[in-house]
Design a protein around this ligand. Structure first.
Ligand SMILES: NC(=O)c1ccc[n+]([C@@H]2O[C@H](COP(=O)([O-])OP(=O)(O)OC[C@H]3O[C@@H](n4cnc5c(N)ncnc54)[C@H](OP(=O)(O)O)[C@@H]3O)[C@@H](O)[C@H]2O)c1
Length: 332
């Protein structure tokens, strides 16, 4: 497995990380046994970075990862690095009610995550969204105290803009920014990516397949259940969906010429952005994981990159990447 390093102060991780969210929430029903098998297959293949959030299924995702790690061979378990997001507030109906980045809350969230994961430290810890009522210095400062005590190894950020990144980095060393980055979500290229590069902060890119939209497997007639994020996502609606799937067909031609899949082109493109970028793929089945890992063997030369750029120019997607209420929580 190829590796990359998260920023100048972060850990060395597999060049592809596994995002575990869909195993518990937001993409409809998941199969628990298949999720655990996928986690084990990823560890066996040399994937060392597992990404979760304490709010993915209200603790479900962390308990799932904890169970998979306990059942994994000791060598694989010891190599695994768990990246955890916190701060999103939920209610028993599954509703979302804001973010809490107060120092006491940070420590409280961490205490519960350590228990659910069954580990003595969290490898990378980050607030999922900026709490507008708490300066980032206070939230990051609280995580830095957890680092001093050995409960956390590295501090990350998620979906914040350049100014917040600078303020956070002035408070404590930051390993990586987790943010959406894909062929159809290139908003970080203007200001955020130059800032992380200047400061020596890595990128863990999520939504690399735009939640399956540009995987090559998503079809316009797919039924999305209630609770599936995509049923509310602007990019998956009506004319937007048709437009976006046409972009996928343009990509498919390039993929077919190279003898690879559309998903592999999309992941390989993110891998090609630089050694500081680590794609997180949201595979929740072993076949999808196998396909995603195949992207590590795909080389894109200048002609391939030009063809991809022509098929899907920056800004080509129709629809925002989140519904309006959630866009309001983004600085990016
Ligand atoms: N920081 C943040 O704000 C934030 C936000 C969202 C996610 N994340 C993290 O990033 C991770 C990845 O994000 P994501 O799940 O949205 O991204 P993604 O990788 O773009 O999409 C995953 C979905 O794509 C579909 N898919 C089709 N072929 C696939 C293949 N070969 N490999 C993987 N997936 C394939 C699957 O849908 P079906 O199974 O339905 O076919 C899967 O659920 C999450 O698990 C989470 O840990 C972070």
């Amino acid at each position: 497995m190829r590796t990359r390093t998260l920023g100048t102060t972060g850990p060395q991780v597999s060049a592809l990380g596994l995002g575990c969210m869909g195993m518990s929430a937001l993409y409809g029903e998941a199969d628990r046994a298949e999720s655990i098998a996928t986690l084990h297959a990823a560890l066996e293949a040399g994937v060392t970075l597992l990404d979760t959030g304490d709010f993915y299924g209200m603790g479900h995702n962390e308990m799932l990862i904890g169970e998979a790690l306990r059942a994994a061979p000791a060598t694989r378990r010891e190599q695994a690095l768990v990246s955890v997001k916190f701060g999103a507030l939920r209610d028993p109906d599954g509703g979302w009610s804001g973010y809490d980045g107060r120092p006491a809350a940070v420590k409280n969230f961490a205490a519960y995550s350590l228990q659910r994961l069954g580990v003595d430290h969290i490898d990378v810890y980050r607030i999922a969204r900026l709490d507008p009522d708490v300066p980032i210095e206070e939230t990051v400062g609280a995580i830095a105290e957890l680092v001093e005590k050995g409960y956390v190894r590295h501090i990350g950020l998620s979906e914040v803009g350049a100014e917040t990144i600078r303020r956070a980095a002035a408070t404590a060393p930051i390993s990586d920014l987790q943010i959406e980055y894909s062929l159809i979500s290139r908003g970080i290229e203007d200001e955020i990516l130059p800032t992380t590069r200047e400061l020596g902060i890595g990128i863990t890119a999520y939504g690399v397949l735009s939640r399956g939209l540009i995987s090559g497997h998503f079809t316009a007639d797919r039924q999305l259940g209630t609770g599936d994020f995509r049923a509310m996502s602007p990019r998956f609606q009506g004319d937007n969906l048709r437009h976006n799937l046409n972009l996928v067909e343009a990509l498919r031609k390039i993929a077919e010429q190279k003898g690879v899949s559309v998903a592999q082109i999309a992941i390989a493109w993110v891998l090609s952005r630089g050694e500081d970028v680590v794609p997180l793929v949201g595979a929740r089945r072993r076949d999808r994981l196998g396909e995603a890992l195949g992207a590590l063997d795909v080389t894109l030369d200048a002609a391939d990159l030009a063809a991809i750029e022509e098929a899907v120019p920056a800004g080509a997607a129709a629809g925002d990447r989140y519904p309006a209420a959630q866009m309001a929580h983004l600085e990016s």
